[in-house]
Design a protein around this ligand. Structure first.
Ligand SMILES: [Zn+2]
Length: 206
């Protein structure tokens, strides 16, 4: 294969496709460049900067895919967290919102074939709670933010402290009641704790 064959738009397009860096509506994921139309995309594909990227990608396609996968995952999770918190939501709702952003990473540049693949992966990696329903896949963000975790721990600690305090108060009241009852019993039998403590003295005095 001569150099000119290697550089034809068709050959380049095929190579991008085989690397999983396929164009989508004249967007070059590899260079992260949006072209206005087919002609613009063709021109871009023949540009020097694109060809440099292409050489880099062909030398290490895995590195590009890893990079795009990580970007995709981070952006997707960030959107999920920011928009829906820890609420359960259909994966398609999040995805549609994600791809409405102009700068989004296209899924065909990532390691995941489909949104379902990605969703299952999120579940396996314990990044989200995921579940399949007759209506499709639902996801739920798991908040592992250090600040949130710290707050949760503090809340739990405070709860435990409150419980301990309640328990102490309950024990104290119980003790008071028990003493009160004992006092009553002694009163009924003719002796109070007061009598007990003073009687020996009075006996001595007598
Ligand atoms: Zn390009």
């Amino acid at each position: 294969m001569g150099k000119s064959d290697f550089l034809t738009p068709k050959a380049i397009a095929n190579r991008i496709k085989s690397k999983g860096l396929q164009k989508l509506r004249w967007y070059c994921q590899m260079c992260q460049k949006q072209c206005g139309d087919e002609n613009g995309f063709k021109c871009h594909c023949m540009s020097e900067s694109h060809q440099r990227q292409l050489l880099l990608a062909s030398e290490n396609p895995q590195q590009f895919m890893d990079y795009f996968s990580e970007e995709f995952r981070n952006d997707f999770l960030e959107l999920l967290r920011r928009r829906f918190g820890t609420k359960r939501v259909h994966n398609n709702i999040v995805y549609n919102e994600y791809i409405s952003h102009r700068e989004h990473i296209h899924m065909n540049a990532t390691q995941w074939e489909t949104l379902t693949d990605f969703t299952k992966w999120l579940g396996r990696e314990a990044l989200c709670k995921v579940g399949e329903t007759p209506k499709g896949w639902y996801i739920q963000y798991i908040d592992r933010d250090p600040e949130t975790t710290r707050r949760q721990l503090e809340l739990e600690k405070k709860k435990k402290q409150d419980l301990d305090d309640e328990e102490k108060t309950a024990k104290f009241i119980e003790e008071q009641v028990r003493r009160g009852l004992e006092g009553k019993e002694q009163e009924n039998s003719g002796y109070t704790s007061q009598d007990k403590s003073v009687r020996p003295k009075s006996l001595v005095c007598n």
